[in-house]
Design a protein around this ligand. Structure first.
Ligand SMILES: O=C(O)COP(=O)(O)O
Ligand SMILES: [Mg+2]
Length: 229
């Protein structure tokens, strides 16, 4: 499936990109920050493979999962909240240091962004990563100039899988349903796109909480963004 096909012939439309697991393999930096945080709290590190499966609902939930040692963390008891607040503050300080150290752009991403930029397709990053970390990461990897807009997990009232951030970005870039597409790696992206009423492309190489993306109901599934050109 090409992007032109997804745009319903009203090409070029608006393209909304997820960040972690779609544009950038950032899990090594996130895992380094999570593990150092756990060690500072006197706990055992979780390791890259585990952390990779916890990424996608934003940093607060990543730290909830890290403290619980599992994806389906229980709502915290009041006594846990102070620990959580400390852990999140430590994580932010650590991730500020690790952000971009090991992160790499996935194959096919630069070609896709350049192709769309040349055709004046307005693009946004819609991620659950806290906004303060997004700009520096995109800049360091040389991707920032493609995007007219960045929405982080704490930019608006809601985050993916809520459709709010997608609808906000679509409106800001003067897109509409039928001329806007979401491209992501996880259930949070596909669910948000479906709720927003826009098509979604899922990539197979990302995180998706450790599960395959084929059953998510995306409009297209690709192994590389270069397949969309
Ligand atoms: O969970 C995160 O911090 C970011 O995830 P996303 O870029 O895949 O939305
Ligand atoms: Mg993602």
């Amino acid at each position: 499936m090409s992007l032109a096909g997804l745009f319903n012939a009203r090409w070029p439309g608006v393209a909304l990109f997820d960040l972690d697991g779609t544009l950038v393999d950032s899990a090594p930096d996130l895992a380094a920050a999570v593990d150092r945080t756990l060690e500072q709290l006197g706990r055992k590190p979780a390791g890259l493979e585990q952390v990779r499966q916890w990424v996608g609902h934003g940093s607060p939930i990543l730290m909830r999962r890290a403290l619980a040692g599992k994806a389906d963390w229980e709502p915290a008891r009041a006594a846990d909240d102070a620990l959580f607040d400390d852990a999140l503050a430590l994580f932010y300080a650590n991730y500020r240091e690790f952000n971009g150290q090991h992160a790499v752009v996935y194959p096919g991403v630069k070609a896709c962004l350049e192709f769309l930029s040349e055709r004046n397709c307005p693009m946004a990053v819609v991620t659950n990563k806290p906004e303060q970390f997004v700009g520096p990461l995109l800049k360091q990897l040389g991707l920032d100039y493609h995007f007219k807009l960045v929405i982080g997990g704490d930019t608006l009232e809601t985050r993916k899988p809520d459709p709010g951030p997608l609808l906000h970005a679509m409106g800001a870039l003067k897109g509409s349903r039928g001329t806007t597409v979401m491209i992501g790696d996880s259930a949070a992206d596909v669910t948000a796109a479906q709720a927003a009423g826009i098509p979604c492309v899922a990539v197979t190489y990302g995180y998706n909480f450790g599960r395959r993306v084929h059953a998510l109901g995306a409009d297209a599934v690709v192994d590389s963004l270069s397949e969309l050109l």
